[in-house]
Design a binder for this molecule. Structure first.
Ligand code: ADP
Length: 491
């Protein structure tokens, strides 16, 4: 809007009409004081100011306007019938005015000036707005930079105070951050610590997982730079996802050396104890078998029945000790698998036969289902039978109300593997405990009081299947039953 200030009403009127005819919005004031009041209240793009006015002349008005921050930048065109002398014009400019027009006003010249000033002022205002918003943005950015820096500092502080070696890797798998503890095991930020010659190579293992987009968990011995000792660490590297893509990786090495030493001592004890127990038990078994034979020759001997019971218990003890020995063999990497081309169906029938012989046939029902794999595949017959017997024994043991078991086999030509399912309708296993049943000494809490066991059978099974390059697993529903399965490659 343009403000016209003149004490002469007819001048005001004619100038207002002139500007309005060119589509300007116009406001008027007939004295200097009124002009000041309006200028402080409203926003004007231009003020056309008459110099000769009673009380407060145009120069005084201009000087006062220049003193207020709101009005100091508003352009002013002075109008005057006299004072065309240079000193007055100079005064007009000095007081903050931008131009000087003498009366009688040439409407065309005035309009040209008004348009120019008006546009300039509009641009000025727009520029100021842009500048203000830029300043706001810069301020905002500075503030978020400060917050980000303090968050990064906090994050680094946390990583430094961790008891673990911590590091991050970028999308390409290159280490881009390490905490201070890293340097106890590596000289350079980019290189992983040196591993024991018998252990896995970290870079290779990580690269394999990175290609699959999967996290890595590995127990490795890494070399301390100062002491040159190798210490067992649990290495974990996990992908960090953003918008469904892997952004980077976060890794830790946790020192598990002391824990490993205790575990080793326990395994050694287990190995010695089971070996030492096995020898006397074998001779006890032999003597009791002799005794049984002798007593069975004497008819009507009730002792023969007791001795048979003793033999049953000796057999159970023998199985327990053999399982413990198997565990120590697994720990020492000595569980040997002798693969030979074997008819799998024969192995399955033998296992079912053994179970039926050792259980009450009236109670236990084992149904055979699916495609019978009458094929030769390379397996360790004794070990695979051991897995099947374990699955079947568990299926019966954990189904006290319903002793129906189904053994189903599938041959998957595409995957080149055979799958064996053992299904029961027993107590089932809660979802979140299903994976753990394959861990060493793990027993589901809810059933451990009611049913006897050591929690090592499935651990041995999973090791046997692993050595056959197959998969092992379970799907189960609490109170409905479980299906334990394993797969074996056809070749
Ligand atoms: P054990 O039977 O001697 O405890 P296993 O290693 O064979 O040891 O099994 C581990 C645990 O898994 C068992 O203690 C039991 O809790 C659970 N489990 C195994 N088989 C079944 C099954 N068929 N139904 C329900 N729970 C089972």
């Amino acid at each position: 809007m343009v403000l016209i200030v003149d004490d002469n009403e007819s001048n005001l009127f004619s100038l207002k009409k002139l500007l309005e005819s060119k589509d300007f919005q116009v406001d008027t004031a007939n004295s200097g004081e009124r002009a000041l009041g309006k200028a402080l209240k409203n926003n004007y793009a231009l003020i056309i100011l008459d110099v000769q006015m009673p009380d407060m002349d145009g120069f005084e008005v201009a000087e006062t306007l220049a003193g207020y921050s709101k009005t100091k930048d508003v352009p002013i065109i002075f109008l005057s019938a006299v004072n065309t002398e240079k000193k007055f014009i100079t005064k007009g400019y000095a007081s903050g005015g931008k131009d000087y027009v003498t009366k009688p006003v040439d409407p065309e010249i005035l309009m040209l000036k008004v348009k120019t000033f008006y546009n300039l002022q509009e641009q000025n205002v727009a520029m100021k707005k842009t500048q203000q918003s830029l300043e706001l943005e810069v301020k905002g950015r500075r503030e978020s930079q400060v917050t980000m820096k303090s968050q990064i500092d906090h994050f680094h502080l946390m990583l430094e105070s961790l008891p673990q070696i911590a590091f991050t890797l970028n999308e390409e798998g290159l280490v881009d951050f390490v905490n201070g503890k890293w340097y106890q095991y590596s000289n350079s930020e980019r290189d992983f610590p040196e591993t024991h010659p018998d252990d896995h190579n970290i870079s290779e293992e990580f690269e394999r997982c990175r290609k699959k987009g999967k996290s890595l968990e590995l127990e490795v011995r890494i070399k301390n730079i100062k002491t040159e000792d190798y210490r067992y660490h649990l290495l974990r590297v996990t992908p960090v996802h953003e918008d469904g893509k892997i952004k980077n990786w976060v890794g830790t090495f946790t020192d598990i050396d002391d824990q490993k030493k205790v575990e080793k001592e326990k395994d050694e004890f287990l190995s010695i104890a089971s070996h030492e127990l096995k020898t006397p038990l074998t001779s006890i078994k032999a003597y009791v078998q002799l005794l049984e034979r002798k007593l069975k020759l004497q008819k009507d001997s009730s002792e023969a029945g007791f001795v048979t019971k003793v033999l049953d218990q000796i057999e159970k003890l023998n199985t327990l000790i053999t399982d413990l020995l198997d565990v120590s063999k697994i720990e020492n990497g000595k569980l040997k698998i002798n693969k030979k081309p074997t008819n799998l169906e024969n192995v399955i029938s033998n296992a079912i036969e053994t179970i039926l012989q050792t259980h009450d046939e009236n109670k236990v029902k084992i149904k055979r289902d699916g495609i019978l794999p009458d094929i030769l595949i390379p397996i360790d017959e004794i070990r695979i039978e051991q897995v099947l017997i374990n699955f079947l024994t568990n299926a019966i043991k954990y189904s006290p109300q319903n002793n129906q078991v189904i053994v189903t086999t599938f041959v998957d030509e595409e995957e080149q593997e055979v799958k064996i399912n053992v299904t029961d309708f027993g107590i089932g296993i809660p979802d979140f405990k299903q994976e753990a049943v394959f861990h060493k000494f793990y027993r589901v809490e809810e059933s451990s009081v009611q049913f006897q066991g050591m929690g090592i059978g499935l651990f041995i099974c999973s090791e046997i299947i692993k050595q056959h390059h197959g998969n092992i697993g379970v799907s189960s529903k609490l109170d409905e039953g479980s299906t334990f399965y394993f797969t074996l490659p056809l070749n």
